[in-house]
Design a protein around this ligand. Sequence first.
Ligand code: NAD
Length: 263
Amino acid sequence: MGNTLKGKTALVTGSTSGIGLGIARCLAAEGANILFNGFGDIKEIEALQAATAAEFGIQTAYHNADMSKAAEIEALMQFAEQKFGAVDVLVNNAGIQYVANIEDFPVEKWDAIIAINLTSAFHTTRLALPKMKARNWGRIINVASAHGLVASAQKSAYVAAKHGLVGFTKSTALETAQTGITCNAICPGWVLTPLVQKQVDDRAARENISNEAAKKALLAEKQPSGEFVTPEQLGGLAVFFCSAAADQVRGVAWNMDGGWVAQ
Ligand code: NAD
């Protein structure tokens, strides 16, 4: 545990589970106050908030905004300012995906994937930047994907949204280049979160194989290390992006993917 982010506030969208939660915990371990966002059972989220505050000696809060809705994102950012004064570290992590051929892709699924994975980052960023500029310090971290750098079939909306998020990361980095604000993307490979567990379960059922065999098959297809990336490893990269050592790291899309995009 360190204190490099003591007194700063981090908003991590989609932090009630998976990667967002892992990143939030790593930022909390560096002393940042955490504003949680995401769906889930409210009692479990309140317990998570209280446990995180007690474990790291920080303040936590939760705001339930649907990241596909601009008005709810505006309310989330207003809540952040009222509660903590400003968002110093913005982690755009909320994301969903859907698997289907392009001709069978439901239009409403396409719209939802683009809204949650890409457009939400535009809204949070445009609303966070004025306070970051006033303080001349800020860290914007966009959780893209290996699918932000290379494609897979049947994931057109997700691939388009994540490539878009990588592009938006670079534009944001250029617009803030002469300030103390940095913007970078993290591009994970497979991480065994609820989002990927569903793909494992679907595959096991479809191919009539065990859950363990489905996990191995998923990794064998894409991830040369043969191992899942962990939320804590991704959190470590987020902490690095927040550090003074990373002041001049701007506009990168850093893959942490067991070798996926090196192939
Ligand atoms: P997850 O399903 O475990 O978590 C997603 C989080 O986003 C949850 O907290 C959920 O409540 C929240 N969320 C979903 N829709 C939302 C909405 N409309 N508004 C607000 N919150 C919403 O998934 P994860 O695997 O932890 O994914 C997190 C991010 O990492 C996503 O952007 C995903 O695309 C990306 N990613 C995941 C993997 C992986 O292998 N798991 C790989 C690359 C990138």
